[in-house]
Design a protein. Structure first.
Length: 325
């Protein structure tokens, strides 16, 4: 069995390796992984697998995880990461088996594992299993950084099961809970999810648009918001074009308190499928809070190609890309 030793001495090295991966210094991370392996620290396999995964070598990452688990078969994090890599390789059912194995490990983080398993289960059509896992996360780890994403999975699972009103209800309960805790800033993102659920449930257009407005004005413009806006504007009779659009938003000094130091505004990039340039401009700026529309402008609008889409929509809007002094 792989023995972990000198834990206090190597944890900082392990953290440094993970930071290097985030920074793109994969060679540096691999070098630290070799130091960790020489010491006997099982985290070396995680570091090496993450570095190879980021480099696009998922087969290499999987081989490293298999080697690590042959030495340390009860490390839940290695099993979980193995499940993630298998999922990315398209081996969905093997990924679920890896997550199942992770749950049987000592001291396993069930919320983290079940969150990852929920994503894979939903992708293979097991909406009921995905819902059970997502609800576990929402209930047992509401403060986890992935709890919001788990709620989104629960909503998608309920919609797949045809339980549209339940999808609206679960978002309503989450919003009420967040508001009670005084964390109103987190509500804007959920309003977009609420709008998606209400659209599926056949709620009144006014209700849906009100939720969209709260999401956008609260800075929670998400893929859900973009998709619902597109659905409301659907028109199957018009030919469409795909545009690459960059929005530039300059922020007044009064709005900069929550920005990174020195930031004076932000860009947002996206592809927009629209019937005209004017519609593309309108859709692109629709993701910005109404209070900022006066200082928002289309920085770049480029035609990419004709598109066979049957509805106008925003595709893959970026987050805020800040610029400053």
């Amino acid at each position: 069995m792989w023995i972990r030793k000198k834990e206090d001495e190597v944890r900082a090295l392990h953290d440094e390796a993970l930071a290097r991966i985030d920074q793109g210094d994969l060679a540096g991370a691999e070098s630290i992984a070799s130091q960790l392996e020489a010491i006997g620290w099982s985290g070396c396999f995680e570091v090496r697998a993450l570095a190879r995964r980021k480099a696009g070598d998922r087969s290499g990452a999987l081989a490293e995880l298999d080697r690590g688990l042959s030495l340390a078969p009860d490390l839940w994090m290695l099993h979980q990461l193995r499940g993630n890599v298998l999922d990315e390789l398209g081996q969905k059912h093997a990924a679920i088996e890896a997550f199942d194995r992770a749950l049987r490990c000592p001291e396993a983080s069930s919320s983290s594992i079940r969150f990852n398993r929920a994503i894979t289960k939903l992708s293979v059509g097991d909406a009921g299993g995905a819902l059970a896992d997502a609800e576990h996360v929402i209930t047992e780890a509401p403060e986890a950084p992935f709890a919001g994403a788990a709620l989104g999975i629960a909503v998608d699972a309920l919609l797949a099961l045809g339980r549209h009103d339940d999808a609206v209800s679960i978002v309503d309960r989450a919003i009420a809970s967040i508001r009670e805790a005084g964390a109103d800033a987190a509500i804007a993102m959920l309003e977009g999810t609420r709008a998606k659920a209400m659209l599926a449930a056949g709620r009144a257009r006014e209700e849906i648009e009100a939720a969209l407005g709260r999401a956008i004005d609260g800075g929670g413009a998400s893929r859900d918001v973009a998709d619902v806006l597109a659905a409301l504007a659907a028109d199957d009779e018009l030919s469409r074009t795909r545009f690459h659009v960059v929005i530039e938003v300059s922020l007044p000094a009064s709005e900069r308190a929550s920005l990174p130091e020195g930031a004076t505004g932000y860009f947002r990039t996206m592809r927009v499928i629209a019937a005209s340039e004017d519609e593309a401009r309108t859709l692109a700026t629709s993701l910005e809070p109404r209070a900022l529309l006066a200082t928002s402008r289309v920085h770049t609008l480029e035609v990419e190609a004709a598109d066979p889409a049957t509805r106008s929509r925003i595709v893959a809007p970026s987050g805020r890309l800040y610029f400053g002094e």
